[in-house]
Design a protein around this ligand. Structure first.
Ligand code: ADP
Ligand code: MG
Length: 907
C-alpha cells in the first residue's frame, strides 16, 4: 500500500506539565537532531530498551531510517524550542496487511512528562488518516514505561509474550471510540490546567510598558496590581524611566531581579513581538497582552514567541485579567473596580461587555472567582476558562460572552461536560448572522429562521441569554436557588390579581406551566382570595397568613417553583401588615426555587437576605422573573436527560468517501458543488439511499439509460433532470421532468432541455420514478459557532413555504434521532397519526445517523442537501442530493493541539 504519505502539518500541543511542544514530520534536515536524540539524549539503558541491544550503530541507523521520507513511513518529532525531545514512527509491514510497526523514543530528561503519549496520539491520528488499522511493536518485558504508555492510551491493547519480549498490537479503528476520546480529553484537560497556572495564579508579575504618564494603560494596571494587594512580587519594566510611582523601574525583563511568572504587556504594537520574545527567552511562563491593533506580522511574531517559549497568552487587545483568590489577589486589568472575591467565573471577548457585566454582578452582590478579558483570543479561549473553572475549586457559576469560537466542536464538547457540574451562562452575541453563510441550498437557508443559536446552546447544556440583563437575572436565580424539577410547574402568588395574571402570562410564554392548586389551600388565605393559579391573596393578606400559605405551597407535589409578586398597597404601611416581610422573614431556601417580583423595586434584580441566611432573588418585573425560572427549568431538563449513545451508522466506507472528497478537492482547490456522479459515490459510501441515477451526456444516452433501467426491472416511468455545473434549484429553472412514460416522451424532454439550456447543458440524469410518500429534507450545514448541524424538515416543493425544520449539533445521539422526528410540526404525517400509514422510522433514523457520521468524519463537507428524501412505510429514498465541499485544515476535534488563531493563519 503506497498511499501512506507523511502528514505535512506542523502543530503545537501541550505536554502533561503544560510545556508547549511542536510536532512535525521528520525529514532529511532533522538527521543530526535524530542522531543526537538517540546517541546523547538517551542513556545506554534507554537505548537498550529501544533497540534491544547495544549496537553502536543503532542511533545512526535509526536517524537514516527516520529521516528519509518514503511511502509507508510516518515519523513524527516533538520539539521543545530548538531541541528534539522525542520521536514516534511507524512503518507499514508487508504482512499482516494494514499494519505498521511502531517505535518510540523520548530523551531521558523529558521522561514522565507525557511526551510519548502525545506523540502516540498524533501518530494514531496520522495513521488513521492513512488507513493504517493496526500498530504492532516489540517491547522488552522489563520496559515498564512503555507498557504504561500503552495501557493508559485508551485504545485496546493486545499483548503476546515470548522470550522476554512482549509483542503489542493496537487496533486503531476502535469501535468504542468514546473510551479513547475520553482518555485524550482527560489528558488535554490536565495539560491545559497545568499550562494555565502561571497565567491565572502567577507568583510574580512584571508590567512591561508601564509608563510614567498618568492615565496610560500600563501605569493604570501597575497601580491596580499594587493597590489590589497582589501577594507576589510586582515589577515595572520601562527602558525610559528609572522609577514609576516612586518605585524602581527596570529597563528590561532581563534586568529584573528574578524571572516573573507572568508579564503584562502594554507596549506599542510594533514592539510586541520583540518584547514577547525577550520575555520567553528570560523564562516568563505567560503573557497578558493589552496592546491592540497588531498587524499580521506582529501577530505572527507574538504567537511564535509564545509557542517557542511555551507561554500561554491572553489577548491581545485584552482588558486584562483579575484573580480574586485571597492567596493570589491579582488585579491586572483596567476595566473597573477589582471584583469582590466570589464564585462566578467571568470571561468576555469584548472588554466593554466585561465592564458592564462586572458592574452588574457587583450591584447584585455576586462575587467573582476569576475574570478574563479574552480580547482577540489568539490563544486562551472560553474553552480554556471553562476547564479552569471546572477544576479551580472556587467557581460554581460560569459566565461567558463570546462572539466567535476557535474550535466550535471542542467547545461544545467541553461545555457539555462542564455544565454537568456548574451552570454555564452566555450572552449569545452575533445571533442575527448565525447559520447564514453561503445559504445556497434549502438546508442552509432552512437553518436560519427556525434554528436559533439558543436551541443549539441549549443542546450543549448552556444557558443562552439575549442580553447582559437577562444573563444577570438568570444567574441571580441559578446562583442562589435550587433548580426546579424538570417539569417546570410554577405556582404564581400575588397580592394583586392583575399582577398575578401578568406573571402567569409571562410564565406560560416562557414555556412554563401553571398547575391547578388544591382548593383546600384557600383556607389559609383571607376571604375573597382565589387559589386558582395564579393565586390572588387579596391585598388584605396578613404576613402570617402569607407565610403559612407559602409553607403549604412548597409541600405541594404539583409545584416545582414559586413566583411571588407583591405590590405595595396602602395596607402595607400599617405596622405588621407588609407582606414583603413575610417573604424575608421566611426561609430563602425551600424545597422548590422561589423568585419574587417586587413592583416597587428600582433595580432589575437584587438579592434579599432572608432569615435562614439564604438569598432570595427579587425582580422588578414579571417577564424577567419568568424568564429566569424558565432558564433554570431548561437546565434541570438538560441535567435530567439520560446519557444517549452516539447514533449508530454501521458499514460506512470511509476510504471510498475519502477518495471522492480528495479527488474533488484536488481538481477544484477552491471547493464547490459536487457533480451528480460524485455525489452519488459519496452518499453510497455512507449507505445513504440515493435512488439509482444514470448519467447521460446526450439524448441518445438518455434513451439508452432509460431502456437500461427498464431492463433492470423498473417497469414504471422515469424522471429526467438537466445538469450543468453551478446549477441551484432545478425545478424553478425548468430542469426537472418527472413521470416520463415511453422513449418518445423521454427524447422530447431531452430535446426541450437542449433548446432551453443550449450550451450550458452538460448532460442529464435519468432516474426511475420513486413511489410517492412524505417528502422530507435532510441535510448538513455548518454553523459558525458550533460546526456541523444536521437538519431534518418537511421537504420537496413545500420545503420553503412550510419551513418545518429541526436541527441538532453533530454528532447526533440515538435520542436525537427520535426527538428530531417527533419535534417536527408535521410529525403526525410521519407517525401515521393523520390517517395515512406511518413511514418507516428506522429508515429516517438511518438517513440522519449516516449524515451525522459523514459530517463528523469530513469537515470538508460544508453543505449537504438531500431533498427530497421520500419516506414511505417500506423505507426511504432520496431522489435529489447536492453536496458542497471546501478545503478545510484536517480537523479532528479529539486531537490535542493548540489552536491557530485566524489572525496568524497562513504562516
Ligand atoms: P430540485 O429540488 O432541484 O428542484 P428535484 O430533483 O428535487 O429538483 O425534483 C423536484 C421534485 O420532483 C421533487 O421534490 C420530487 O417531488 C419530484 N421528483 C424528482 N425526482 C423524482 C423521482 N425520481 N421520483 C419521484 N419524484 C421525483
Ligand atoms: Mg430537490
Amino acid at each position: 500500500m503506497s498511499t501512506v504519505h507523511p502528514p505535512h502539518t506542523t502543530t503545537e500541543a501541550l505536554l502533561a506539565d503544560g510545556t508547549t511542544v511542536e510536532l512535525r514530520p521528520l525529514g532529511p534536515d532533522d538527521h543530526q537532531a535524530v542522531l543526537g536524540l538517540h546517541a546523547e539524549g538517551m542513556s545506554e539503558e534507554s537505548r537498550r530498551m529501544r533497540f534491544f541491544g547495544v549496537s553502536r550503530n543503532a542511533p545512526a541507523q535509526a536517524a537514516d531510517r527516520l529521516c528519509t521520507p518514503r511511502p509507508g513511513l510516518l515519523a513524527l518529532g516533538a520539539w521543545a524550542g530548538e531541541a528534539l525531545i522525542g520521536e514516534a514512527d511507524c512503518e507499514l509491514l508487508d504482512e499482516p496487511p494494514e499494519t505498521a510497526e511502531l517505535a518510540l523514543s523520548v530523551a531521558d530528561c523529558w521522561h514522565g512528562r507525557g511526551a510519548a503519549t502525545l506523540l502516540l496520539e498524533h501518530l494514531v491520528h496520522a495513521a488513521r488518516a492513512a488507513d493504517i488499522r493496526f500498530f504492532e511493536a516489540d517491547t522488552l518485558f522489563g520496559n515498564r514505561a512503555v507498557h504504561r504508555v500503552f495501557a493508559d492510551l485508551g485504545l485496546p491493547v493486545e499483548r503476546r509474550y515470548a522470550q522476554g519480549e512482549v509483542r503489542i498490537r493496537v487496533p486503531l479503528d476502535d469501535e468504542d471510540g468514546e473510551r479513547y476520546r475520553s482518555a485524550v480529553d482527560e489528558r488535554g484537560r490536565r495539560a491545559d490546567l497545568a499550562s494555565l497556572t502561571a497565567l491565572l495564579r502567577p507568583a510574580s508579575v512584571a508590567v512591561v510598558g508601564a509608563s510614567r504618564r498618568a492615565g496610560s494603560v500600563g501605569r493604570t494596571v501597575l497601580g491596580k496590581i499594587r493597590r489590589g494587594g497582589f501577594v507576589g512580587e510586582v515589577w515595572a519594566v520601562n527602558p525610559y524611566a528609572a522609577e514609576i510611582d516612586g518605585r524602581l523601574a527596570y529597563p528590561s525583563v532581563r534586568a529584573l531581579p528574578a524571572v516573573p511568572d507572568l508579564a503584562v504587556l502594554a507596549v506599542p504594537a510594533g514592539a510586541v513581538p520583540a518584547v514577547a520574545e525577550e520575555c520567553g527567552a528570560a523564562g516568563v511562563r505567560a503573557l497578558v497582552v493589552l496592546t491592540s491593533g497588531l498587524g499580521a506580522d506582529e501577530a505572527r511574531g507574538l504567537m511564535r514567541a509564545c509557542r517557542r517559549h511555551s507561554m500561554r497568552l491572553i489577548g491581545p487587545n485584552s482588558l486584562g485579567m483579575a484573580q480574586t483568590d485571597p492567596v493570589v489577589r491579582l488585579d491586572a486589568e483596567f476595566g473597573g473596580a477589582f471584583p469582590r472575591p466570589g464564585s462566578a467565573g467571568v470571561a468576555v471577548q469584548s472588554g466593554g461587555v466585561g465592564i458592564a457585566l462586572l458592574q452588574r454582578l457587583a450591584w447584585l452582590g455576586v462575587g467573582v472567582s476569576s475574570f478574563v478579558s479574552l480580547g482577540d483570543k489568539y490563544d486562551v479561549s472560553g474553552n480554556d476558562l471553562l476547564q479552569w473553572w471546572e477544576a479551580d475549586g472556587r467557581t460554581d457559576l460560569a459566565l461567558l460572552h463570546l462572539e466567535s469560537f476557535g474550535s466550535p466542536r471542542a467547545f461544545a464538547r467541553t461545555a457539555r461536560r462542564v455544565t454537568r457540574t456548574i451552570p454555564v451562562l452566555t450572552v449569545d452575541a452575533g445571533r442575527s448572522t448565525a447559520g447564514r453563510r453561503g445559504a445556497a441550498s434549502h438546508t442552509a437557508a432552512a437553518a436560519t429562521p427556525t434554528v436559533t443559536r439558543e436551541t443549539l446552546f441549549r443542546q450543549a447544556g448552556i444557558t443562552a441569554t439575549r442580553s447582559i440583563e437577562e444573563l444577570v437575572e438568570a444567574a441571580a436565580l441559578l446562583h442562589a436557588q435550587p433548580l426546579p424539577a424538570p417539569r417546570g410547574a410554577v405556582a404564581v402568588v400575588s397580592n394583586a390579581g392583575g399582577i398575578g395574571i401578568l406573571a402567569a402570562d409571562a410564565c406560560v410564554e416562557a414555556g412554563l406551566t401553571l398547575p391547578e392548586l388544591p382548593a383546600e389551600l384557600g383556607e389559609l388565605l383571607p376571604p375573597g382570595a382565589s387559589v386558582r393559579n395564579p393565586v390572588d391573596t387579596t391585598a388584605a393578606v396578613r404576613p402570617t397568613e402569607l407565610a403559612l400559605f407559602l409553607h403549604a405551597l412548597e409541600q405541594e407535589e404539583g409545584v416545582d417553583a414559586i413566583l411571588v409578586c407583591l405590590v405595595p398597597t396602602a395596607l402595607c404601611e400599617t405596622p405588621g401588615h407588609d407582606p414583603v416581610r413575610a417573604l424575608l422573614e421566611g426561609p430563602a431556601l425551600r424545597r422548590v426555587p422561589v423568585a419574587a417580583v417586587l413592583l416597587d423595586q428600582q433595580v432589575p434584580v437584587r438579592y434579599h437576605g432572608c432569615a435562614d441566611g439564604g438569598s432570595l432573588p427579587a425582580y422588578s418585573d414579571t417577564l424577567s422573573a419568568a424568564r429566569a425560572l424558565a432558564h433554570a427549568r431548561d437546565r434541570a431538563r438538560w441535567l435530567a436527560e439520560p446519557f444517549s449513545p452516539p447514533a449508530d451508522a454501521p458499514d460506512c466506507d470511509r476510504r471510498a468517501a475519502r477518495s471522492v472528497v480528495d479527488g474533488y478537492l484536488t481538481a477544484h482547490p477552491e471547493g464547490g458543488w459536487l457533480d451528480p456522479l460524485s455525489t452519488a459515490d459519496l452518499l453510497e459510501a455512507y449507505g445513504l439511499p440515493l435512488t439509482t441515477s444514470v448519467w447521460a451526456r446526450d439524448e441518445h444516452m438518455a434513451s439508452v439509460s432509460a431502456a437500461g433501467l427498464r431492463r433492470l426491472g423498473y417497469e414504471g416511468r422515469v424522471a429526467l433532470k438537466a445538469y450543468w455545473p453551478g446549477q441551484v434549484h432545478k425545478s424553478a429553472a425548468g430542469a426537472v421532468r418527472t413521470g416520463l412514460g415511453d422513449d418518445a416522451e423521454l427524447r422530447s424532454a431531452y430535446r426541450e432541455f437542449t433548446q432551453r439550456f443550449g450550451d450550458r447543458l452538460a448532460g442529464a440524469v435519468v432516474q426511475p420514478m420513486a413511489a410517492p410518500g412524505v417528502e422530507l429534507l435532510a441535510g448538513v450545514v455548518q454553523d459558525q459557532v458550533f460546526g456541523p448541524l444536521i437538519v431534518l424538515g418537511l421537504g420537496g416543493t413545500a420545503a420553503d413555504v412550510l419551513a418545518d425544520r429541526v436541527a441538532r449539533l453533530a454528532p447526533l445521539s440515538e435520542r436525537d434521532l427520535s426527538t428530531m422526528v417527533t419535534e417536527l410540526r408535521s410529525a403526525p404525517l410521519l407517525l401515521g397519526d393523520g390517517g395515512a400509514p406511518p413511514v418507516d422510522p428506522a429508515a429516517v433514523r438511518s438517513v440522519l445517523a449516516r449524515l451525522s457520521r459523514l459530517a463528523d468524519d469530513f469537515p470538508e463537507l460544508v453543505e449537504a442537501d438531500l431533498n427530497p428524501v421520500i419516506a414511505r412505510p417500506d423505507g426511504a429514498l432520496c431522489v435529489d442530493a447536492r453536496v458542497r465541499l471546501e478545503r478545510r485544515p484536517s480537523f479532528d476535534p479529539y486531537l490535542r493541539r493548540l489552536r491557530r488563531p485566524a489572525a496568524v493563519e497562513g504562516e
